[in-house]
Design a protein around this ligand. Structure first.
Ligand code: C6P
Length: 408
């Protein structure tokens, strides 16, 4: 099938894992929101690094070290250009979204006081809740929750009424991992800045679908993980405005992050190294850059349009099955469908689908407050990527119908 400028068969051929069978059936991989699959050019970039120029970076004068340093710094540049950061040193390479958020949360430990207010949305991943709770414990600041509607849409009028001169930080995901809702982040950032609050946007679920422009958003911090967008696990980024990152203390001490060390005192390196203690995931960083090249080669507009067709089709097909409830009905959604079938535990459905070669995620998706909101133990989550097809959705629907017959 040819889809506009993109040839789905050619794209699928670039993902070796899509050729495998699971439980005797061709794999249908619908767990892309947990981690995406890896195309050959990204795998090759890792093999190439370990085969030709594996060496530590920023340390050696020898050729291998310089080649590795150049490739790593080139990857940082690619990430900078992709997210349109003003400067490459505003991109801190981390081990992923969770690490990135913890750097910021721990950085504010001495910058907040008792009674300061932090706002978090009702639809956050635990990574964007727990570090702030820990920060509140240390500082006496108070965590307040921006509520959402039954459809999984943030109540923006309530949000506005919560903002005041005590609000210091606001954290919201660009896209909810459990509901697929695309949040109005431009508006959230604008309104937060009016009261002088800084904003961190968790872009982990947006990055595979939406090309965020951090300067246009005027966001203070933007974070993501490479493994959500065809890159490897164990690497991600923290974007922060230079002036704000300069105010935050380092997160960890060690090699790389120093200017000078004596037993009496240490002075720290400038950005980005101040936040990059120790030997990083060098191959991962380089592969992160390769993943962005790969996805930009297809084009984010093309990806989003194709995935939206899958979302619309999958939603229609699921709605035709009696007893299915879909959670997350915002008008603007990425290709994530969270659902349940009357009275059947999501885990049971997920296990039967797996027997038929179909990978979906079941459970609370590290977003327990959302499950509490709907008073459910969890959901079945099918999350699509640009390498999935409508035929695969048909297979899931057929398998789901069989699972329902078996379980009801
Ligand atoms: N969500 C999911 O199945 P890490 O683990 O640090 O790469 O990403 C954490 C994270 C943070 N924010 C959001 C919105 C996320 O979706 C995730 C990861 C996966 O939904 C694994 S729990």
């Amino acid at each position: 099938m040819i889809y506009r400028s993109f040839d789905i068969e050619k794209i699928r051929a670039e993902f070796p894992i899509l050729n495998r069978e699971v439980n005797g059936q061709p794999l249908v991989y619908f767990d892309n929101a947990a981690t995406s699959q890896t195309p050959t050019p990204v795998i090759d970039s890792i093999v190439d690094y370990y085969s030709r120029y594996n060496a530590n970076i920023h340390r050696g004068v020898h050729t291998l070290s310089q080649e590795a340093t150049d490739a790593y710094e080139q990857a940082r540049k690619k990430i900078q250009l992709h997210f349109n950061a003003a400067k490459s040193h505003e991109i801190i390479l981390t081990s992923g979204t969770t690490h990135s958020i913890n750097i910021v949360a721990s950085g504010y430990a001495n910058l907040l006081k008792k009674g300061d207010e932090l706002l978090v949305s009702a639809m956050e991943h635990h990574s964007n809740i727990v570090p702030w709770q820990m920060l509140c414990k240390k500082t006496g600041a108070v965590l307040k929750v921006i509520p959402m509607t039954e459809k999984g849409i943030l109540k923006m009028d309530v949000f506005s009424s919560m903002l005041n001169e005590k609000t210091k930080l606001v954290f919201v995901n660009h896209v909810s991992n459990a509901l697929g809702t695309v949040n109005p982040v431009t508006e959230i950032i604008r309104r937060s800045h009016e009261v002088g609050a800084k904003v961190l946007i968790d872009g982990a679920q947006a990055s595979p679908h939406i090309k965020a422009d951090v300067q246009e958003l005027n966001v203070d911090f933007y974070v993501t993980s490479a493994h959500k967008l065809c890159g490897p696990t164990g690497v991600g980024m923290l974007y922060g405005k230079e002036t704000i990152l300069n105010e935050l203390p380092p997160y960890q001490g060690g090699g790389e992050m120093i200017a000078e060390v004596t037993f009496e005192k240490t002075t720290y390196a400038g950005l980005p190294h101040k936040f990059e203690a120790g030997t990083p995931n060098i191959a991962g960083g380089i592969a992160f850059g390769a993943a962005l090249d790969y996805m930009n080669g297809i084009g984010f507009d093309t990806i989003a349009a194709y995935e939206n067709e899958l979302l619309v089709y999958g939603t229609q097909q699921l709605r035709m099955i009696e007893g299915v409830t879909i959670y997350g009905e915002a008008e603007e959604k990425t290709a994530v469908i969270s659902f349940n079938v009357n009275g059947i535990h999501p885990y049971d459905v997920g296990s039967i689908l797996d027997k038929m070669g179909i990978a979906v995620r079941t459970g609370h998706h590290c977003a327990q407050p959302i499950m509490d909101f709907y008073q459910i133990p969890g959901t079945i989550r099918a999350s699509f990527s640009f390498y999935n097809t409508k035929e695969e959705i048909d297979r899931m629907i057929t398998a789901l119908k069989r699972a329902i017959l078996m379980l009801q």
